[in-house]
Ligand binder design. Structure first.
Ligand code: NAI
Length: 655
């Protein structure tokens, strides 16, 4: 039974036990209605405590049910039943009270929570709005700007913030059940009003809704749900509760069928499935890590381990480089402190777990070592030879290489089964994607450990076979090539960038290159050409030759005024493009945003299909995750392959 009633003298516990996250499945909803009926029918029970077993309070709806027509009893009716109960209810929250879970708690007269609980209405992140009164009840308890942050932007809040703002009546230390019963005994004689009957004190200043809408539009560009959630909140403020509730439900049900929500649910399930290791094997320990090379990536990777509470030894080739590497890690944390995201004490605690080293023997005890030295096979092989000589048996030896065949690196060791690619994305302490590159000899244990690393570091792992650039950079190469090719037939860099943004990418290809610096890609092209490959980049090559390396050089694909990052069309670039187009001799075309998107994304999809047929990626979802989490492909379009399948080969909508 997922819901049981357990009497405690004149109180009753309503216990939800429905692993893994006590979602509001049909059985749980029906169980709650039955519990409310039983409790109301028993005059000896004076109040009820809604509490959950397992790791969390009701953490949300059962997302799988969203694909089907809703089944009775509907969640809004369950919330209303609890709220209308003659015997008042209290919600005792631990873990997460999200979505439908928070909506149920809002239907209770009181809410208490453990200090580490989180509360939120994240429906917009699945392309939905709350559907069981969340937008109508929340602003009756908390200030309007907090309600809009929670329901409009989908941001969860801590128990402390919930307590400070009236959403939670008390924080419980120690045993939640005992604390909740204690709280209830004191509060019982004067139950507060039902949430739905409370007035909304705060109606928002004049331009409140407009400014909220523009924030949501910026943060969730291209998506409908956040704006609709704000409209639902506004209806709660301006209309009767009954009217607002029925509008909210109607929009929620409509959105369940929207392409945006379906795409977001696809990514949600893909992310969950990705966390499951591809093999059944026990992972190695993860009590300490080594990082070799403290440049851009090494410093970020070290920070990612430190953030997960794993001590790191950072090894460099000489003292000056080591000092730079350690300073690089410190700079990452200084940035977090400056932005108010981390306390100075936390920064100090993390840096205290970081040790510098110049000798590989310092890595002898590490459970996992990630190499992030120069992208040069010989340099990497030498590093792995040394690691092989000193590292303890069972340690995972990983390379962060972008393009080099990790099999050739593994072959430098006497234990190729322990060598694997762990391809982080920049900034490595922030980006969620981790490509796990499977070497030919990689053992099941090495793969299991790679998955354990991803889990500990809060990353989403995607398995990739070995090929040039693995999944992500191989598709990126097509993206860049096609963007540059368009310029030869008369499309301007600004047109391409506009079309990419209109599609929902955070930035266009050319703006992005100017921001990152054209030198990185140029070095990659040089390396690829040195390997005998042909790389199409006639215009990029000329810009680099002129020293137009991007924003840092005052110009790249665009010109920049001093101290201003606004891209301005460049006459020099226009001349180079005209010259190269004349050489190419192709016809000039006038392409709108939709056609530009088609020209760029279709070849990427074709590359994705080749990646699948070669077995480099195991599923289309793997490619979707790489594109969404590593390359800014709009999440609400579901990822490259999902988008292609959903659009059936049609030119995409440009808005
Ligand atoms: P970087 O040039 O910033 O840093 C490389 C560091 O390795 C330098 O600090 C250098 O002193 C050190 N190093 C060189 N030889 C060494 C040795 N024998 N022992 C110890 N340290 C040594 O390079 P970056 O950008 O951090 O790249 C490192 C690796 O990560 C490369 O393989 C690159 O392809 C890969 N990568 C880079 C990404 C990026 O966005 N920059 C993204 C993903 C992977």
């Amino acid at each position: 039974m997922p819901v049981t009633v357990d009497p405690r003298d004149d109180l009753a516990l309503v216990v939800v036990d429905s692993p893994p996250v006590n979602a509001t499945s049909r059985a749980v909803r029906a169980g709650l209605i039955e519990a409310a009926d039983r409790i109301d029918a028993n005059p000896l029970i004076r109040a009820a405590v809604l509490i959950c077993r397992g790791q969390t309070f009701i953490a949300g709806g059962d997302v799988r049910e969203f694909d089907a027509e809703p089944v009775e009893p509907h969640l809004p009716d369950v919330v209303a039943r609890i709220e209308a109960a003659e015997t008042p209810w209290l919600a005792a929250i631990h873990g997460s009270a999200l979505g439908g879970g928070l909506e149920l708690a809002l239907g209770c007269r009181w809410r208490v929570a453990t200090a580490d609980a989180r509360l939120g209405l994240p429906e917009v992140t699945l392309g939905l709005i709350p559907g069981a009164g969340g937008t109508v009840r929340l602003p009756r308890l908390v200030p309007l700007d907090l309600a809009t942050r929670m329901a409009g932007l989908g941001e969860p809040i801590s128990a402390q913030e919930a307590h400070a703002n009236g959403l939670v009546d008390a924080l419980i230390e120690g045993d939640l059940e005992a604390g909740a019963l204690r709280f209830l005994r004191c509060a019982l004689d004067a139950p507060p009003q039902r949430t739905i009957d409370r007035p909304i004190a705060d109606t928002g200043a004049n331009d409140f809704w407009q400014s909220q809408q523009s924030t949501a539009a910026k943060r969730h560009r291209g998506q409908a749900a956040p704006g609709l959630a704000l409209e639902a909140l506004r209806a709660a403020v301006e209309r009767s509760a009954g009217d607002a509730l029925s509008r909210e439900r109607e929009v929620h049900l409509r959105l369940r069928k929207s392409p945006e929500s379906r795409a977001l649910r696809h990514v949600f399930f893909a992310e969950r499935a990705a966390m499951k290791p591809p093999v059944e094997a026990a992972p190695g320990d993860l009590d300490s890590a080594g990082v070799v090379g403290g440049g851009t990536m090494g410093a970020g990777i070290a920070a990612a381990f430190l953030d997960a509470g794993i001590p790191v030894t950072l090894m460099e080739r000489d003292q000056a480089s080591l000092d730079r590497g350690l300073a690089g890690v410190a700079r990452i944390y200084a940035g977090s402190v400056k932005r108010g995201r981390m306390s100075e004490a936390d920064r100090d605690a993390r840096l205290a777990q970081l040790t510098g080293a110049l000798d590989a023997s310092s890595l002898a005890g590490a459970d996992v070592v990630v190499e992030a030295v120069f992208e040069d096979l010989e340099v990497k092989r030498e590093v792995f030879r040394r690691l092989d000589a000193v590292c303890k048996p069972g340690a995972l030896l990983a390379t962060n290489t972008s393009y080099i065949d990790p099999n050739a690196i593994a072959a430098a060791t006497s234990r190729p089964d322990a060598v694997i690619g762990l391809h982080f994305f920049s900034p490595a302490n922030v980006m969620k994607l981790l490509e796990v590159v499977r070497t030919d000899a990689a053992s099941a244990r090495s793969l299991a450990t790679a998955w354990a690393v991803a889990r500990r570091l809060g990353k989403t792992p995607v398995l990739s076979g070995v090929c040039d650039g693995f999944i992500g950079n191989r598709i990126l190469k097509v993206f860049r090539r096609e963007a540059e090719r368009l310029l030869l037939s008369g499309t301007h860099p600004g047109d391409v960038d506009h079309a990419m943004r209109a599609f929902g990418m955070p930035m266009g290809s050319f703006e992005m290159q100017d921001l990152a610096g054209l030198d990185i890609a140029a070095a990659m092209r040089a390396a690829a050409r040195a390997r005998g490959e042909t790389v199409f980049a006639p215009i990029s090559d000329r810009l680099v030759a002129l020293g137009r390396l991007g924003q840092k050089a005052g110009g790249g694909w665009y010109d920049y005024d001093d101290g201003d990052r606004t891209p301005r069309p460049s006459d020099t670039v226009a001349e180079i493009i005209a010259d190269e187009s004349a050489k190419a001799g192709g016809a000039r075309e006038d392409l709108d945003a939709g056609a530009i998107q088609h020209r760029i994304f279709r070849p990427m999809v074709e590359e994705g299909k080749r990646i699948l047929s070669e077995g480099i990626a195991e599923t289309p979802s793997a490619i979707d995750l790489v594109e969404v989490l590593g390359f800014g492909f709009p999440r609400w379009r579901g990822g490259l392959m999902y988008w292609a399948a959903a659009n059936g080969g049609q030119s995409p909508n440009s808005t």
